[in-house]
Unconditional design. Structure first.
Length: 254
């Protein structure tokens, strides 16, 4: 299966060309498309009719493209925020802070190299999920419960495993070392510390790795399932999961 690189504008050419260069070097087959979630939504829909193993989607400013792609695909989506205003913080938050159940795995601003390297790691087969975090933490509990909905019982460990998809829960006051394993980071923040200024720490910590939104253990877990769906083992369960989320939204209209 191929990977898809899709970016919202030709002004992001330097970033998506870097991704293409790394994927070529790593011998990953891919397609490259420039298409906008706002200006060419029909073209985005047509592009996603093909089945890709992984989608790398990038955009700046409001950066809706990765989230739109994630809403239409049940494959892992890596989101690349492109720098513009606020040093790209607006795009980073738009990409990472997805609603529970529809994950986008954000890399740092303009960090195409990290996106390409993790895309390659995702195109392997994994049979387990490892959690690095406190079992009593609420975000960890939600990740564990979400995995169990897909009949996946995670392992708990003190460090990532090379043969597993790793979910690491980390506070911003902890150093985050770059790792060779496939790691999805979930940032944690105490409620009393949940202030706008904390977003700057998020910007700093995303210099490497894949990140979901704040305290969003659900999205870390769903992203892991999407990666494990490489051979379509979880296809039907993921579709049912999405349908159930949609029904709950529409129930508010009754």
């Amino acid at each position: 299966m191929k990977a898809l690189i899709i970016f919202g504008s030709k002004t992001d050419e330097k970033i998506y060309n870097e991704i293409a260069k790394v994927l070529k070097k790593l011998k990953v087959d891919f397609e490259l498309r420039v298409s906008s979630a706002h200006k060419t939504p029909e073209d985005v829909d047509r592009t996603l009719q093909k089945d890709y193993a992984v989608v790398i989607a990038g955009a700046g400013l409001a950066a809706h493209l990765p989230g739109v792609v994630a809403s239409k695909a049940i494959r892992p989506v890596i989101g690349v925020p492109c720098g513009g205003n606020y040093q790209g913080l607006d795009a980073l938050l738009a990409i990472a802070q997805m609603p529970p159940g529809i994950p986008v795995l954000a890399v740092g601003v303009n960090n195409g190299k990290t996106a390409a390297e993790n895309c390659t790691k995702m195109m392997r087969e994994y049979e387990s999920v490892t959690i690095i975090g406190d079992k009593n933490n609420e975000a960890v509990k939600k990740a564990t419960d979400t995995l169990k909905k897909f009949d996946i019982v995670p392992n708990f460990a003190g460090k990532p495993r090379s043969d597993s998809i790793n979910l690491q829960f980390t506070y911003f006051d902890e150093p985050v070392e770059k790792k060779d394993e496939l790691v999805i980071y979930c940032p944690l923040l105490l409620q009393k510390d949940d202030k706008a200024e904390s977003a700057l720490n998020f910007l700093k910590h995303t210099s490497h790795g894949l990140w979901v939104g704040l305290n969003n253990g659900v999205n870390a877990a769903v992203a892991a399932v999407e990666i494990m769906n490489f051979g379509n083992e979880y296809e039907e369960q993921l579709i049912r999961y999405r349908e159930e989320m949609g029904r709950k939204v529409l129930e508010a209209n009754r």
